[in-house]
Design a protein around this ligand. Structure first.
Ligand SMILES: [Ca+2]
Length: 384
């Protein structure tokens, strides 16, 4: 091997090694910020996306995830979803202002491992978790939960199968590096005056399952201290409104100069869901933290994007209603809740910048071209 080739190989190896193994667990259905989170995860050069686990059983959720993954050149990423599947579509019966997007994304951007009509080809979510965790190095996986905790609850209770002889909880504890959970209010429900009811991600499906996962994490005999657990509370992204530039650039109205093939599925999702208005960034910010840590991406500036709101303790969820409360235990030092370190407007700029780089930058478009041609059009080399 020539010196240049050796140097190139080392550089590429370093880049590959630096990638973070990520699994996303999402309720891609009732809000569009999950789609924005997927955009960031699939187009980030820092991520090795192992799987997407859907925790809402609409077939359109799985098909939309497949369409988004395929658009950004990640058609190979496996998708899991619980059974039985339904053909439920989202209807906003609260404010009658929000629109449905998953079926439209699934149909108009059909592609990937689950093209239109093929949702039943998706993995069982627990089998998929067990497969990708078994194949990963110990302590190497970051899971970011941006929806309900139902799939993780079933995973914890799972037993030996063809993928691993380990019980689910043991397998998860061995493979995890970090578990990022979007949901809750900190230090306790309604402490920020936003709501006296349980957080959507804890109470919106089955609060007992959310409580099972969150409360199990305090079992010190099962969870090694090296596994970090970070909660991204509802307050973190609630006032960080994003998607506006993405909508304007990638989802211009019919009749504009934009070609149909250049439309972006996530941009269209934001347009359809919020009627061309930005949305809060609960899930995108959870994924940004999962990928980049407290510092955030380089666009965040020197001061960093996030900080922890505690130095010790753990979270507890009430299994009856999904409300939560932080327990200030000096003996627990691996669990944290996140706070924004910058103004909401600055955080929105960072997220919008990642959206735009993803949809128009070299990563998104290059990724798609590599999938189609097997070649990198920056350097002309065969895809590695
Ligand atoms: Ca979500």
């Amino acid at each position: 091997m020539k010196p240049f080739a050796i140097a190139l190989h080392l550089i590429i190896s370093t880049v590959v090694l630096a990638k973070k193994n990520l699994i996303i667990d999402t309720d891609l259905f009732s809000d569009v910020d999950d789609a924005g989170a997927l955009l960031i995860a699939t187009t980030s050069p820092n991520v090795n996306l192992l799987a997407v686990s859907i925790n809402y059983p609409s077939s359109y959720s799985a098909l939309a995830a497949s369409a988004i993954l395929a658009h950004y050149g990640k058609a190979h990423v496996p998708i899991g979803i619980p059974r039985p599947l339904t053909n439920t579509t989202f209807f906003d019966s609260w404010s009658f202002t929000l629109g449905e997007y998953t079926s439209k994304v699934a149909y108009h951007f059909s592609g990937g491992s689950l093209p239109w009509g093929r949702a039943e080809d998706a993995w069982d979510p627990v089998a998929l978790y067990r497969k990708v965790l078994a194949e990963a190095d110990d302590g190497s996986v970051t899971i970011v939960s941006i929806g309900f905790l139902d799939n993780l609850s079933v995973l914890l209770n799972s037993t030996a199968d063809a993928h691993s002889p380990l019980p689910g909880r043991t397998l998860l504890a061995r493979k995890l590096s970090e578990l990022v959970i979007m949901g809750g209010s900190f230090p306790f429900t309604n402490s920020t005056g936003n709501s006296s009811t349980g957080s959507w991600n804890f109470a919106g499906s089955d609060p007992a399952l959310a409580a099972h996962v969150v409360n199990d994490l305090t079992d010190r005999s099962s969870w090694p201290p090296r596994v970090r657990v970070v909660y991204v509370g509802d307050d973190v992204g609630a006032r960080v409104l994003t998607g506006g530039p993405l909508i304007s650039a990638a989802a211009a109205a019919p009749g504009s100069q934009l070609k149909d093939e250049d439309r972006d599925p996530v941009g269209m999702a934001y347009a359809w869901y919020g009627y061309y208005t930005p949305r809060p960034s609960w899930d995108p910010l959870a994924v940004v933290y999962a990928i980049h840590g407290l510092e955030g991406p380089e666009e965040s500036g020197e001061s960093g994007l996030f900080e922890f709101g505690n130095h010790c303790g753990y979270n507890r969820v009430d299994r009856r209603d999904g409300t939560n409360r932080w327990v200030w235990d000096e003996g627990v030092r691996n669990q944290f809740f996140l706070r924004l370190k910058v103004a909401d407007e600055r955080a929105a700029e960072v997220v919008d910048d990642l959206f735009m780089k993803g949809t128009f930058g070299t990563v998104g478009r290059e990724g798609k071209q590599r999938q189609e041609t097997g070649r990198c059009n920056l350097c002309g080399h065969e895809e590695l």
